[in-house]
Design a protein around this ligand. Structure first.
Ligand SMILES: *Cc1c(COP(=O)(O)O)cnc(C)c1O
Length: 416
């Protein structure tokens, strides 16, 4: 990583890393699916991995490679791959690295669709232990000789449990177990997977990285810390390059070329533009979230607020160690007594009822009957989700407008 400040680096990254033609400051967008070779030996060398290059748009293209360079630079990694969505990045990564009979240790507090995808992996013969990742002890207890991977998010949504990533990272490194961290909730500059020894980070670019609710995308970054020569599932055909590239080679061939959830050039461009203001948006959203959480925590109509920045949050001190510049911008709340969450959401004027997060706009939704409906009551209980919980993704509006909107809605529901 460079010595320049984060945003200085971000606003110049495309120009400096990708060297676009004619003095352009953005990498050019090509919709070309195929790439021509003047000398036929060239296409042979690229197919055989002897030379870098693009042959077919499903596997790679100059436009997507430009974004991959920027994401890799952002995290200080050894390489990155982009996918059409965050779920495509997650599913392709896990499917390309795991085999039937493997055991993986997975956070019991997961994004709903990732949790649901874990059921698909189980159907394919991968053994999964779901554990409380706020404690290393829980991870240690289920470790087996065939444990290949620990998979967790940084700060879980909607309850905001914080994984004990320093301890889990050390444990995984001692045993050369892959540590895969979903860093969607706390992208740089808040958190770097590399700092805790993560092997791979996966991210939904759709959320904070792109930031404006207008494009889908996902990525995996190899931090370069994992020794792939100790990983039993790399096919001999992919053990050809430098060992630190083995994982990426297999993820690219299996996860991208064979599974095919490729990011489009237009999406790559939109994401790279969003990334320019990543730190500015994160700082503002975190600032707003802290203010709003404090306001709600002190309001008599609110029973409980879930936000790692509050000093009575169960992992407040873990979060303080892990996260730079803020505690993220997701918070959840339970209203007091039998106040109706639906009526409360309807009473908000500025805040949008929507299932998305990491947007410039503040969004809210009732959790149990929507995004965690499929999990059932017992499943929700295991994740700490109450039946009346409301999740808020705090945006970058002016804080007085946000507090005002919540204040008015709270007084409306508590007067009923
Ligand atoms: C949204 C999200 C995903 C999935 O990303 P998409 O781009 O919507 O497919 C994965 N993990 C987390 C933590 C998310 O919030």
């Amino acid at each position: 990583m460079s010595k320049q400040g984060f945003t200085t680096r971000q606003v110049h990254a495309d120009r400096i890393l990708n060297k676009p033609e004619h003095g352009a400051v953005h990498a050019s967008r090509t919709n070309s699916v195929l790439f021509e070779f003047d000398d036929a030996q060239g296409i042979i060398d690229v197919f055989q991995g002897k030379k870098a290059g693009h042959v077919y748009g499903r596997s790679s293209s100059s436009s997507v490679a430009a974004l991959q360079n920027m994401l890799n630079d952002l995290e200080g990694g050894a390489g990155a791959l982009c996918y059409a969505t965050g779920m495509a990045a997650i599913s392709s990564t896990l499917l390309s690295l795991l085999k039937a009979g493997d055991h993986i240790i997975v956070s019991q507090y997961l994004f709903g669709n990732t949790r649901s995808f874990m059921n698909t992996l189980a159907d394919l013969g991968i053994h999964i232990s779901f554990v409380d990742v706020t404690s290393l002890e829980a991870v240690r207890e289920v470790y087996q000789p065939n444990t290949r991977m620990v998979y967790t998010e940084t700060v879980a949504n909607p309850v905001t449990q914080v994984a004990d990533l320093q301890a889990i990272g050390r444990y995984c490194n001692e045993r050369n177990v892959l540590l895969v961290v979903d860093n969607t909730m706390t992208p740089p500059p808040l958190f770097y997977g590399k700092d805790v020894g993560a092997s791979l980070t996966v991210t939904s670019l759709t959320k904070y990285i792109a930031g404006h609710g207008n494009v889908l995308g996902g990525a995996v970054v190899d931090t370069g810390l994992y020794d792939w020569t100790g990983y039993p599932n790399i096919a001999p055909a992919y053990q050809v390059a430098e060992p630190h590239q083995w994982g990426l080679t297999q993820m690219k061939k299996k996860g991208l070329r064979d599974m095919g959830a490729t990011l489009s050039a237009d999406a790559a461009h939109a994401i790279s533009v969003g990334m320019e203001t990543l730190a500015l948006r994160m700082q503002r959203a975190c600032f707003n979230a802290m203010k709003l959480a404090t306001f709600l925590d002190n309001h008599p109509a609110v029973a409980r607020v879930y936000y790692p920045g509050l000093s009575d949050h169960p992992q407040h001190f873990v979060a303080r160690e892990l996260l730079q510049e803020g505690y993220g911008a997701i918070l959840s709340l339970d209203l007091q007594g039998d106040a109706d969450p639906v009526a409360f959401l309807n009473a908000l004027n500025l805040v949008i009822t929507a299932t998305h997060l990491g947007d410039t706009r503040t969004l809210a939704l009732p959790v149990a009957p929507t995004i965690f409906y499929e999990n059932g009551k017992a499943g929700r209980e295991e994740m700490g989700i109450t039946e009346s919980m409301i999740r808020v993704s705090v945006g970058i509006e002016d804080i007085d407008d946000l507090v005002g909107d919540f204040e008015a809605a709270l007084s409306e529901v508590s007067q009923r």
